[in-house]
Every structure is written in C-alpha cells, then in structure tokens.
Write a protein that binds this ligand. Structure first.
Ligand SMILES: [Zn+2]
Length: 424
C-alpha cells in the first residue's frame, strides 16, 4: 500500500510532546492548539485557529462537614458552575436519595441530598423539581487507593442549567459517602465559592483543495482537549496525531475532493468545539459530504471499532471494505459520543474510527490516561491510522462519491436523544 508518507512513530512522538493536561479554555489547551498548528505548517498545511466562547468557571472554595450526629470534615470538590453558598455557608438537613427517583425525593426541599455516582439530565430534572438546597455526588470506588486516585472535578453543564436551573453541587469520594450514610449523618455544613464565566476555547482548522471535485468536502475531526488529571493521550491526542498523519498524506498526494482538517477544543465539555464549528460554517455545510472522526486509539491490548453514522448501507459498505482489506474491526451502525454528532445533526453522515482498550488495560478521564503506564504503542496506533487512511483514500478519491448524504431515522433519533431534544 502506498502509505509510506505516514509514520505511526512520528505520530506517537508528537503525542508524547503534547501529553499534558489540556482543559477547556486553559492556557495548555491554547498551547496545544498552537503546537498542532505548527506541526501542520511543517509539511505545508496552513491552519487557522478559530476561537469560540465556552462556558467555564472556577471554584475557589468548597467545604463539607457532617455536624450531627457526629462531627467530621470531608474532602470535596465543588462542581464547576455550581452556585455559591452565602460566605458563612449553609447548615442543612442531610438525606441520602439513592438514584434520585421521585419517591427518593419526596420532602427534600431545602435539604442537602447525596445521590449515587453522578446525575444525568433526567435525574437533574427530577432533582431540580424537588428543590434541594445542595446536591452531593460521589466519585471512585470504596476500595480506591487514595494516593493513586483523584477526587473528580465535575461541571454542571450549561445544557443542564439552561433547562433546569443551577444549584449548589459537590463531589465526595465513594468511601466517604459510604461512611456518611453508614454513620447516619443528619445535619451538614456546606460552603461553596464559585465563579461562573465564559472562556475562550479553540479549534485548529486547515484545508486541502480537491483537484477534481473542489465543491465536495470531506472533513476530518479529532478533539485535542482533555479533562482534569488526565494527560489525554489515549483520549484523544492519539486521534489528533492520526489525522495529522492523514493530512500529511493528502498534502503529498493531492485529493480529488476538498478536505478539511479540524482539531477540536472543548469536546469533553459537551462537543463544544464541533458545535461551534458547524455554527460558524453553517453556509458551507451543504457542501460537506462526509465527516471522518478519530477518537481514542493506541492501546496495545485492544480492538478496532468503527461507528457508522449514516444509513445501514454505509455500515455494510464499511464492513465489506474492512473485510476486503483483511482488517479486523467491529463495525456498528450507531452514534458515537464525539465530534461527529453535530455534523450528523446537520445532515452530514460520518464515521468514527476508534481502538478501545481491552477491559482493565486502558483508561480515559482520569490520571491513568497517561503514557507512563505503558499501555500504548506506535504499532497499535498504526492499526487505526492505516484503517482510517485506507478508508479515506478510497472514499475521497472515488470517481463517484460512494456514500449517500443521508442519516437514517434510527441514527437521527439517537442524535436527537443525545442532544436532549427528546426522551424515550
Ligand atoms: Zn474523546
């Protein structure tokens, strides 16, 4: 195969260089955007950095103390975009509400509630209707080694607060939640100082003009932001460096169709980069035929997964192509929680290339997403790179574009549900 322009080793080296925490709207996210821009420029692809506003915030204080029937202070984190309490804090009755079903929430108005794990949109809606004064969620497991795990820092997403209002929200460790409920906590003291604001996040965007069909656009996407405590190499500098190599290939081998290469910021905060991109490029979207997204790759012990977001025909086409190429990949007709969603929402079908780690061998969204644990390699990254590149070459250089610009009702319904437009 004529893929010698690309190098998984070089891609892996770039990933190593950018293996630092890259939070939405942070200096590090900006630095990573500039590094990606510089790397693309090194092989002649000029990229612009497109800024967009993103909801963010800072919590300068968050304390939680059980005051009856015993007294003990517990380590907590305040949700980003939590409400603040008065400076002196709040003394509140305390109730454990399990999964926050309606029956759990009877009579909780004005109280502090502790719920299992984290809330989703449905639970948040039920909770806000019941009007507690504060929500406490927990992270981790009761047998966590405290020296090796972080107490999560979560956020009340604006999609939640826009619909159901804001509140005071905290996270504690699972082991502390267990102790608190076991000990029959009745009264607590909570203090939160939180600033809610907008920040600037960034997409890195480049274009290669098509030689034969310049008005037909295929876009590549990969997000380059990470979450707290995570160096975001597996999720998703791996995908970012894969599309960088694909861009390098098409710079050396001019494509028949126009290609856009987009590295998205703030994906982890609710696909904010790709949502901003489709909003800013609304007029051009009708020319977009297809979107190719890469999100998570490189675990040595893993499996290739391809999520097709179009029609059943797309899935069959991809499945057959992988078989013809002799590539082991599970091909699904399903949505994937990543930057292909806003494109599908605008009628642009897409595909997501991913390599999932086998259970217990690769980690996302915490400190274990790092290179030091040694579960990723250039060779493993190359598998996804070659799959994505071979698929892309065929589709992009086909005499007739082989994929219909169509989203099935089933995918459409899942996208609507994902974007909270409808319920089951
Ligand atoms: Zn991701």
């Amino acid at each position: 195969m004529n893929n010698e322009t690309v190098s998984a080793k070089r891609a892996f080296a770039l990933m190593e260089k950018l293996a630092y925490v890259r939070l939405s709207c942070s200096e590090e996210e900006k630095r990573a955007a500039e590094e990606l821009q510089k790397e693309a420029a090194s092989f002649g692809l000029d990229c612009t950095i497109e800024e967009f506003e993103a909801a963010t915030g800072e919590v300068s204080k968050a304390t939680f103390k059980v005051i009856a029937p015993y007294e003990k202070e517990y380590e907590v984190t305040g949700y980003i975009r939590s409400d603040s309490t008065p400076d002196e804090g709040l003394e509140l009755d305390f109730v454990y509400v399990e999964n926050a079903l309606e029956a759990n929430l009877v009579g909780v108005e004005g109280k502090a509630i502790l719920m299992n794990g984290r809330f989703n949109m449905d639970a948040y809606e039920r909770i806000q209707k019941a009007k507690p004064a504060a929500i406490i969620t927990f992270s981790g497991a009761v047998d966590d080694d405290l020296a090796k795990t972080d107490l999560e820092i979560r956020k009340i997403r604006e999609t939640y607060s826009e619909r159901h209002g804001s509140t005071v929200a905290l996270t504690i460790r699972a082991v502390d939640a267990l102790e608190i409920v076991k000990s029959g906590a009745k009264k607590v003291h909570i203090c939160v100082k939180s600033e809610v604001k907008n920040g600037i996040s960034r997409n890195v965007c480049g274009e290669i003009k098509g030689t034969e069909f310049p008005d037909q656009i295929v876009s590549f996407g990969a997000h380059f932001d990470s979450v707290y405590f995570s160096t975001g190499v597996y999720d998703n500098m791996s995908g970012s460096v894969i599309i960088m190599e694909i861009a390098r290939y098409f710079m050396a081998n001019p494509p028949k169709r126009t290609l856009k290469f987009n590295w998205y910021g703030s994906e982890e905060q609710g696909l904010l980069g790709s949502k901003a991109y489709v909003a800013a490029h609304k007029d051009e979207l009708e020319k977009h035929r297809f979107m190719i997204n890469v999100d998570v790759a490189a675990p040595i012990l893993g499996k290739e997964l391809i999520f097709c977001m179009g029609t059943e025909a797309l899935k069959s086409y991809v499945d057959a192509m992988m078989k013809e190429l002799g590539r082991a990949a599970v091909v699904e007709d399903d949505i994937y929680s990543s930057d292909s969603i806003p494109f599908a929402d605008n009628g642009v079908p897409g595909i997501n290339f991913c390599r999932f780690g086998a259970p217990g061998t690769a980690f996302i969204h915490d400190r274990r997403d790092n290179l030091a644990l040694g579960y990723m390699s250039a060779e493993a990254l190359d598998i996804t790179l070659q799959n994505a590149l071979d698929f892309s070459k065929r589709v992009i250089n086909a005499p007739v574009f082989p994929i219909e610009r169509k989203i099935s009702d089933s995918i459409r319904g899942k996208v609507d549900k994902y974007l909270f437009r409808k319920k089951d």
